[in-house]
Design a protein around this ligand. Structure first.
Ligand SMILES: [Zn+2]
Length: 283
């Protein structure tokens, strides 16, 4: 009897323990589900919403790197709405590359563009006259065509999707970006009218043919065309104008697609120096 009783007690204890464990586990599961305000739809959203949002955010980040462009095809209205302006990545003091609060010169007061050491300059410190409209530079176009042909022989298919842009066109673009992103953010990827290198006719935005999704997008840097350009453009007179990690010097985020024509000799010299145009010119 005693033995049976003991066995019963042990069995009872075992069942109690099992019951308690099941109850605790069930409670924990319900707790976890209720944390997601569980319902079939919401659980899906709760579990995957974060990653979906992250991928949108990533996409937005890439697409925000559009420079002064054009390529509305890489931007969609729905993505625009979810975008949050981000703080400067490196926390660098960009006072040297921001627009001056009290500028010495403005597009409205400029009569002629400024040349430094023989180089036509357009950046946040050196604007162009509002009526400066030379069109696409023919020498730069000829050099580009030569580069495109050489790239084709190497199996790369290049397209110059944006070259000369007028003051008026830049005004439209910039105003639209300010409306969408706010001025501070827009200033990191889009030039104000009168400050764009595209207005010189010497700035070329280059992409890969039939890969519009990468045009004027951060994702272009990973294409074989971008790698080919980074290594070879100087031989045809072009430099990568806004390199990675130089935003505090150039005033613009890394733009793997934006090239500036300088002629073969100077472009090669700057390429070999590893400097940006601003550093090379000492401005
Ligand atoms: Zn550009």
């Amino acid at each position: 009897m005693r033995l049976e009783n003991n066995q019963k007690k042990r069995r009872t204890k075992w069942w109690v323990a099992l019951g308690a464990t099941v109850t605790i586990l069930a409670g924990a599961s319900l707790g976890a589900l209720s944390a997601y305000n569980w319902s079939p739809e919401e659980t899906i959203e709760g579990l995957f919403g974060t990653s979906i949002q992250q991928s949108f955010t990533q996409k937005n980040h890439e697409e925000r790197n559009i420079d002064e462009d054009v390529k509305e095809i890489t931007r969609t209205e729905s993505n625009e709405e979810t975008e949050e302006p981000s703080a400067p990545e490196d926390g660098a003091d960009d006072s040297q590359t921001a627009y001056p609060d009290e500028p010495e010169r403005t597009p409205e007061t400029m009569e002629e563009p400024i040349y430094i050491k023989g180089v036509l300059i357009a950046n946040k410190q050196y604007p162009l006259p509002t009526d400066y409209a030379p069109g696409e530079d023919p020498e730069a176009r000829a050099a580009y065509d030569e580069m495109q042909a050489a790239a084709a022989e190497a199996g790369q298919s290049l397209v110059a999707f944006s070259t000369f842009r007028s003051y008026e066109y830049q005004t439209e673009l910039y105003n639209r970006y300010v409306e969408q992103h706010g001025q501070e953010e827009a200033d990191r990827f889009s030039a104000r009218p009168g400050y764009s290198e595209h207005q010189t006719g010497l700035g070329f935005d280059i992409g890969a043919e039939d890969q519009e999704e990468h045009w004027a997008s951060d994702s272009f840097k990973d294409t074989k065309e971008a790698k080919w350009l980074a290594e070879n453009a100087h031989q045809f007179g072009f430099i990568l104008r806004y390199p990675a990690g130089k935003e505090h010097i150039t005033g613009y985020q890394y733009e793997s697609w934006h090239f500036r024509y300088l002629g073969e000799e100077l472009a090669t010299e700057i390429y070999n120096s590893g400097l940006t145009l601003e550093e090379y010119l000492g401005i």
